[in-house]
Design a protein around this ligand. Sequence first.
Ligand code: UDP
Ligand code: MG
Length: 333
Amino acid sequence: MTMSRPDLTPRIIDRQARISVVVPVFNEEEAAPHFCKTVAPYLDALGLDWEIVFSNDGSSDDTLSVLVALRAGDPRIKIVDLTRNFGKEAAMTAGLDHATGDMIVVMDVDLQDPPNLLAPMVERWREGYDVVCGRRRTREDDTALKRLTAGQFYRFFNRISHSKIPPDVGDFRLMDRRVVEAMKLLPERVRFMKGLFAWVGFPTAVIDYERPSREHGATKFNYWRLWNFALDGITSFSTVPLRVWTYFGMFIAFISFIYGAFIIAQTLIMGVEVPGYASSLTAVLFLGGVQLVGLGIIGEYLGRVYSEVKRRPVYLASRLHGLDEQDPRHEHH
Ligand code: UDP
Ligand code: MG
């Protein structure tokens, strides 16, 4: 994130501003009540109208009934209930689509995104920033392997993508309504949110924080899921892995030409040389392997093109509790 200080106009709001907190939840029956109890006082202290929009991502435990009970106790708690597990990115998209606030914050339910950052985030928003990101100062809670792979991923991603993702900035962020409207204009089905957030831009402030450990339940992301997530991110934001093959092919063709000329010259001068089994086999196997990798990468992109052209919705909501029944994402078709 380049932090050239933008020309900011402080916001003057002549009516009660409204803040929405979007919370994706997947099997979080323990964490959800704890989240509401902890975050509500921080929201009250802001002196704004507020709502919490839970996006229930096809939980198979009692999360939904727990959320419905929470809503019975406080109608400012709202629920988008998805028909199955669509993944965190889709669940966040559903929440952003239905949230009604002038500013919208995305938070995890496990309290790893500290609610005491809400006040300084809103403060930045009043100064005129449209996006306020939380940046983890340490990742001590993550395993060494997770830190290493995450670090390498961001480095690789930022090298080959035009939209740069700042390292250690997660989904925890406050966005002005117009940023969320801009997000809704992006039609892709593979929603790598960190990349989309970066793509829309807008004046952005960053607040550093220490990321605490998860308070209840366990992480929902294993390495296989993270690997696929990384592939989604890279293929959504860069075509370098495709283009690289052109240059590689040109390089191989060039080498082959030189080598061919050398063999012809050698045959002319020294006569027919029979041995050459090892070199031919090596060349065949090497090129075969390389071509398969190239095909595989084309396949990764093709598969994603396929899922884009099918134009299936990013998620399906079976029921909305306390939110507008109309699903904005279905209007385009
Ligand atoms: N989550 C979700 N759908 C999923 C996986 C996770 O909505 O398929 C939610 C989860 O309930 C939590 C947030 O995404 O609120 C972050 O998940 P988690 O804490 O497991 O991720 P981590 O902090 O380990 O990266
Ligand atoms: Mg977590």
